[in-house]
Write a protein that binds this ligand. Structure first.
Ligand code: COA
Length: 363
């Protein structure tokens, strides 16, 4: 049997790697629970409220009220800005934004959770500004985190609708069970290593196109398709060439990813302000066509839109460049990583899975 088939047959990815009170992904029913509340409910309460809930669930030492977290993040953005400017030669020139983000975080020493959240946001904005040949702006310590992130990245004060849409996106992606980057962070933490090392490992995992790198290619796909009428022929040719359709399929969900629905609430906000228009209509048409084609190809394996599909449309509409989408994902997910790092540290047990030897027997 081929190695790939053995892995599938053994269901090796179904192993329980941790006990957690942070989030639960129910792949059969398409439900996501974060710190005991459903994603639908949390999308309404704002970024700082969700992060404090996750951090309390994971046992992160730090602010327990959204207003206190907002103030702490504001001060941390100012510190991060100073620090990242001082060593900008070490990271901002890297052409891949996730390489730049990894290097920016790797240079931190002894960082508190708020410093890590702030560094990911300020470095993402700094890289975007540098690529756009635009000057960096100073963080506003009194602004809410998401509004300031968007202003630092785009150079203009965002409208409430833009901020609301980005906040809904960041809440939607801030944690998602034992995904690859969270697992990487927990493995590193379980060895007794520090939070900066764990977040660097998580960024490395998130960089891959099968995890956080899909939304940029989703926009490339929408550009290549151009018009809803062209979707069928384009997708058929892509599948015939043996390529995967970006933004479709998921390791855990057997129904549509509930985060895709949550992002529709962000898109509804933007639609009311005329910020998405034709792009959204095209995305919906491509999703419909891709679902039909993939269902015909894999009738036993529901391949539906995942979070990345509509992420692409939301992030483009709020004015962020597609090259940096994975970094913006990290701006939200870093909150979840930090909750898991604290929970893993409290558990105090080394993660050491086993492998099944399929090589030749020793003579
Ligand atoms: N387009 C075309 N075919 C796909 C597909 C996609 N997006 N996703 C899965 N498949 C195919 C696989 O090639 C496989 O076919 P095979 O058995 O003939 O080799 C079959 O469907 C079953 O795949 P599965 O085992 O369910 O996929 P996975 O769990 O290994 O992969 C993803 C999950 C997310 C990595 C995968 O669906 C994918 O690559 N999607 C595109 C990238 C993406 O959107 N990533 C973001 C994830 S949030």
């Amino acid at each position: 049997m081929e190695l790939r088939e053995r892995v599938h047959a053994d269901g090796l990815d179904q192993v329980i790697a941790a006990h957690t009170a942070i989030s639960d992904v129910d792949g059969e029913r398409g439900r996501l629970v974060l710190a005991g509340r459903s994603l639908d409910e949390l999308a309404e309460v704002g970024f700082e409220a969700v992060v404090t809930a996750l951090w309390q669930a994971g046992g992160v030492a730090g602010p327990t009220e959204p207003a206190a977290l907002s103030a702490a993040l504001g001060a941390a953005r100012v510190r991060a800005d100073r620090e990242l400017r001082a060593r900008r030669d070490a990271w901002v020139h890297l052409s891949d934004p996730m390489d730049a983000l990894r290097a920016a975080v790797a240079g931190l020493t002894g960082a508190e959770p708020v410093d890590l959240v702030a560094t990911v946001a300020v470095a993402t904005a700094g890289w975007i500004r540098t690529r756009a040949d635009a000057p960096w702006l100073d963080p506003d310590a009194t602004a809410p985190h998401v509004a300031d992130l968007l202003r630092l990245a785009t150079g203009t004060a965002p409208s409430p609708a833009m901020t609301d849409a980005l906040a809904r996106y960041l809440v939607t992606v801030c944690d998602h069970g034992m995904n690859a980057s969270t697992f990487a962070a927990r493995v590193v933490t379980s060895t007794g290593s520090d939070a900066v090392s764990a977040v660097v490992a998580a960024i490395g995992a998130l960089k891959g196109p099968l995890h956080g790198g899909a939304p940029g290619p989703v926009l490339d796909m929408l550009d290549a398709i151009g018009e809803p009428e062209a979707a069928h022929a384009w997708l058929v040719a892509e599948l015939a060439a043996g390529r995967r359709i970006m933004g479709m399929g998921h390791r855990v969900y057997r129904v549509r990813d509930p985060r895709a629905a949550a992002l529709e609430s962000a898109l509804a906000v933007l639609e009311r302000h005329g910020a998405v228009g034709r792009r959204l209509a095209l995305a919906r048409a491509v999703e419909r066509e891709a679902t039909t084609l993939l269902t015909a190809r894999h009738p036993d394996r529901a391949l539906r839109a995942n979070v990345e599909f509509y992420t692409a449309v939301v992030l483009e509409a709020v004015g962020l460049p597609r090259g940096a989408f994975a970094c913006v994902f990290a701006c939200g997910r870093v909150a979840g990583w930090l909750a898991h790092i604290a929970e893993q540290r409290a558990c105090g047990r080394l993660i050491r899975p086993q492998s099944r030897y399929v090589g030749p027997a020793a003579a």
